[in-house]
Design a protein around this ligand. Sequence first.
Ligand SMILES: *[C@@H]1O[C@H](CO)[C@@H](O)[C@H](O)[C@H]1NC(C)=O
Ligand SMILES: *[C@@H]1O[C@H](CO)[C@@H](O)[C@H](O)[C@H]1NC(C)=O
Ligand SMILES: *[C@@H]1O[C@H](CO)[C@@H](O)[C@H](O)[C@H]1NC(C)=O
Ligand SMILES: *[C@@H]1O[C@H](CO)[C@@H](O)[C@H](O)[C@H]1NC(C)=O
Ligand SMILES: *[C@@H]1O[C@H](CO)[C@@H](O)[C@H](O)[C@H]1NC(C)=O
Ligand SMILES: *[C@@H]1O[C@H](CO)[C@@H](O)[C@H](O)[C@H]1NC(C)=O
Ligand SMILES: *[C@@H]1O[C@H](CO)[C@@H](O)[C@H](O)[C@H]1NC(C)=O
Ligand SMILES: *[C@@H]1O[C@H](CO)[C@@H](O)[C@H](O)[C@H]1NC(C)=O
Ligand SMILES: *[C@@H]1O[C@H](CO)[C@@H](O)[C@H](O)[C@H]1NC(C)=O
Ligand SMILES: *[C@@H]1O[C@H](CO)[C@@H](O)[C@H](O)[C@H]1NC(C)=O
Length: 564
Amino acid sequence: MKGITLLLTCLVYCANIGPIRANSPKVCLDGSSCVLGRFMSGNVSGSFEAFLGIPYAKPPIGDLRFSNPEEAELWNGTLSAINTTPDCIQRDYINVTKRIGGSEDCLYLNIYRPLNNTGRELPVMFFIHGGGFFTGSPSPNNVGPQYFMDTGDVILVVAAYRLGPFGFLSTNDEEMTGNFGLKDQKLALKWVKNYISAFGGDPDRVTIFGHSAGGASVHLHLMNNNKEDLFSKAIMMSGVGNSPFALPVNDPRDQVVQLAKAAGVTEAENLSSADLVQALRSIKPEDLLIAADDLKIWAEQPLVIFRPNIENDTWPGAFLTKDPMDPFIPLGTNTDIPWFIGNAPAKGEGLVIALRLASNKSLQDELNEDFIQRLSITLSLSGTCDTEAVIDALVTEYMDGKHELNNDTLNGFLELLGDRYFIHPTYRVLKSNVNSSRSDFRGILRFDYRGPYSYSPYYTNSSIDFGTAHYDDTLFLFDGPVGLSNGYSQQSPEAALVKRYVRLYQSFAENGYSDEFAVSGECNDLNFPNCENLLIVKDEEPFQTGDSWNSERMGLWDQIYDSC
Ligand SMILES: *[C@@H]1O[C@H](CO)[C@@H](O)[C@H](O)[C@H]1NC(C)=O
Ligand SMILES: *[C@@H]1O[C@H](CO)[C@@H](O)[C@H](O)[C@H]1NC(C)=O
Ligand SMILES: *[C@@H]1O[C@H](CO)[C@@H](O)[C@H](O)[C@H]1NC(C)=O
Ligand SMILES: *[C@@H]1O[C@H](CO)[C@@H](O)[C@H](O)[C@H]1NC(C)=O
Ligand SMILES: *[C@@H]1O[C@H](CO)[C@@H](O)[C@H](O)[C@H]1NC(C)=O
Ligand SMILES: *[C@@H]1O[C@H](CO)[C@@H](O)[C@H](O)[C@H]1NC(C)=O
Ligand SMILES: *[C@@H]1O[C@H](CO)[C@@H](O)[C@H](O)[C@H]1NC(C)=O
Ligand SMILES: *[C@@H]1O[C@H](CO)[C@@H](O)[C@H](O)[C@H]1NC(C)=O
Ligand SMILES: *[C@@H]1O[C@H](CO)[C@@H](O)[C@H](O)[C@H]1NC(C)=O
Ligand SMILES: *[C@@H]1O[C@H](CO)[C@@H](O)[C@H](O)[C@H]1NC(C)=O
């Protein structure tokens, strides 16, 4: 009877986990440190191996909060890596509930590899999740590895990194240097470089790829020079380091003071950096996240409060020492880093900034009550330009000249946000880099395929169809969160798209190229050399070629870029 209960329980709960066999997969990193994983069920194929929650850094708690990450010592014996670890503690403003969850002790990584991977070194794909540097999860429940494992040809690594104030707060001096989340990612990459060969991975063929804040992170890793040769290829989808959501704030130290004040630290203005950091270390993490609400100016805006910052290169472990407004990608010891870049349509990209503004009439009315001020906050226009004139020009181009957000101007408004935060910054990255003789640019990918699942209801808290939304393409790379994507039916065009889209990424990781790009056309209207343009659109043949830059709008943003 007990056996039957166990079996039934397993039928209900083990669907994603697969049979837990006696011969669990085990990998030894050296003579004394081993890791015990578990089998998970692939989607098409049988099972694969998962090693969940491997510590790559010391827990960033106590004095290590707001400090550069420190390498974790290897354990003695066998580490059980069969359960997911908590996400990094976060307040998720993208979710309408603005939920707080996770743990400060979160610097773990997950590794997935195909079965029977002996005798060949596989390319490694290192995924950096998105979420505006303040939310997101590396868990297999959110970043489901099944589709990549179905290829049988790649090892996938997904690491957690510190978020929000814990990852991106800086006193602008050595007391609290900032960029902790990015330094976490880099330390995880270093772990991969050191140990992935034990898993059958090729440490010289690591592709970093990311979406949204993950894409911006990839760009910043490229700007970081990669002196240590931690990766050899890069993919940036819907996010670059020069996007306004990722650009350094004007006065990082003032932000620390504001947060400290909101958290009840007395005389915060008058504290030294060292005392400020000490004070902030003694506050409960949940209380810090709630205090950070005070830094929002209107509704959820600015959406991304805590961001990467520019460090002095004399600071220990400095990560970002150049201004990402100049998105040039210097190449370190690697002379040949192939990369490609991509976006969803402007309107869909804009949705993740607009959130409930896209659907909620009373929020739209609030915007209209103080249109110029609230729009300029929503667009992250800095105070250094003539905001009124700039908004006039933008409203003329995008909203038929109407200073009002309503059903008639909504599409234009979303395109405005999408161009500001995603399309134009991508365009600038291309402009700054494709003519560099040392760069190995492989093309632009435009993803416009709305399947049965989309992030749109999650952003907007409504069922209105806005087409392909920001981050939707990840639903064709990963099994997504519950309610967003639970796989596609066998004969569906979506299942076929998953196969091709995942293969595109995998073959890029393998060879630095994908045949899908070979069928694509040149995007010539902007004089980008060697520029192949791959369109993934919902049609009989989803992989097509084409060129859809709006030159006029890009020109308008070029005029504003430096001053706003
Ligand atoms: C592992 O064992 C060695 C030798 O006994 C010891 O020096 C080291 O501190 C141990 N490491 C950990 C993480 O316990
Ligand atoms: C949003 O938050 C609620 C809890 O507050 C949670 O149940 C739900 O899963 C979250 N949605 C997503 C897509 O993360
Ligand atoms: C693959 O690995 C599984 C589990 O370790 C084993 O049962 C099976 O025989 C292996 N298959 C091949 C072809 O080696
Ligand atoms: C900070 O110090 C100045 C004088 O140095 C004082 O005038 C001011 O009141 C102090 N601020 C707070 C919040 O105590
Ligand atoms: C970096 O720090 C050094 C030493 O404190 C200082 O002399 C230099 O001016 C700083 N550089 C920048 C760009 O702030
Ligand atoms: C619109 O947004 C406001 C403010 O967040 C909220 O209180 C209200 O419930 C929302 N209305 C609808 C219909 O979702
Ligand atoms: C605006 O669009 C929404 C969603 O499509 C619709 O429910 C609403 O009735 C429209 N409002 C007006 C004033 O047309
Ligand atoms: C790249 O160089 C070519 C040849 O010099 C030039 O025609 C083109 O305008 C340049 N493109 C960009 C984006 O700078
Ligand atoms: C989200 O949508 C639900 C259902 O329409 C509504 O009741 C709720 O007020 C909305 N919440 C917010 C914060 O907009
Ligand atoms: C996943 O698995 C299901 C069930 O076997 C199958 O119908 C579907 O086509 C598979 N592929 C994708 C991409 O969901």
